[in-house]
Design a protein around this ligand. Sequence first.
Ligand code: GDP
Length: 445
Amino acid sequence: MASALTDKLTRLVKEMRGQARITESNVQDMLREVRMALLEADVALPVVRDFIARVKDKALGQEVMGSLKPGQALVGIVHRELVATMGEGVADINLNAQPPAVILMAGLQGAGKTTTTAKLAKHLIEKRKKKVLTVSGDVYRPAAIEQLKTVTAQAGAEWFPSTPDQKPLDIALAALDYAKKHYFDVLLVDTAGRLAIDELLMQEIKDLHAAIKPVETLFVVDAMQGQDAINTAKAFKEALPLTGIILTKLDGDSRGGAALSVRQITGAPIKFAGVSEKLDGLEVFDAERHAGRILGMGDIVALVEQVSAGVDMEAAQKLAAKVKSGDGFDLNDFLGQLQQMKQMGGLSSLMDKLPAQLSAKAGAVDMDRAEKDIKRKEGIIQSMTPKERRRPELIKATRKKRIANGAGVQVQEVNRLLKEFEQMQGMMKKMKGGGLMKMMKKMGG
Ligand code: GDP
């Protein structure tokens, strides 16, 4: 469960104790590990090469601060460079156009275009109070048109009818005309799914683009696509002036290296991430979090490790007994753990207490941010009723909204916390029967 990358770097660091700088000779081994980690996360090879070159440039000659070791410093540099690469650019949808603002959705079949079209419609209606029309130009699969009709209704937007005997261009122009006459703010144009890069279909979407002049041309790409994402991204970038990327299926178990590949190849900002099949599963892309995921330092892993490293054995035993007795791990326990972290004098000071292996991990995250994050999480749990804390699975959408209001956060944050909790609960279940104690001893020792 530990991050492979930081472990390896820490081992390397041990071998070069006493070196205060990142140098040409010590950086090579470390960069090899970073390279492996990126490839494991499915970042495309040419992108990895480029990235490593940039990191090396930044790292060489860098003074290593205070008690940080060169390996820890390098993880920090890698993390920051990942964030910088994936995070630049405008996050939200640009609607700066004479209404209706036209948004063209492009991508391979199965990438999640139709679902994402409806998610975006919902987002624009709820968050930006827009009047939204959707239309499907996918005349090759009648089911695709019907699918858009269904999800558009679920999103609370209006759907413009089209039929398989029409030309996509005619459909789009008719929808545009209708949107103008009926004062829609936004027209979302879903396009034909391409199974692979296909010349004819590429020409079709190019013509469509030229005719409807979208203010946003969004490339929808499946995060599970891995190495292949780079070829798809190249083809779409050559065909269309992409203005943004939406990365779907980030709820899957891929490490999401496609984000880095696609961002670098297209130069377009990653605007949103799809995190479920449901229409509320669209989040503003968070480069910081995603960098952690690519490096294999998911939030939950870091949290468990930090907590277990500082936790006192009595509390650990109680928790272990609880897990064992089948009482279950609930949000009260989760809150307890968060509070314990705070009691230990804040994360920054906690870092000094951690064994080297763990502080390397902690060194890569922004401590201020992490501390604020804990406070927000506490706020969310404290806005729940005692019953909800014991049985979080009972929390319905309306309650989530109230809880979010109570804690002064967005609903997405409540969802994220519940998901994190679920993951941790899953881990706790797996550790039944003494595993937890063993893990804590290992971590603390
Ligand atoms: P299209 O062919 O590009 O229009 O793709 P669809 O919108 O039909 O999506 C293909 C499949 O991926 C469907 O089963 C969707 O429910 C699923 N899907 C789309 N986005 C996400 C996501 O963010 N997470 C998950 N888990 N599934 C998604």
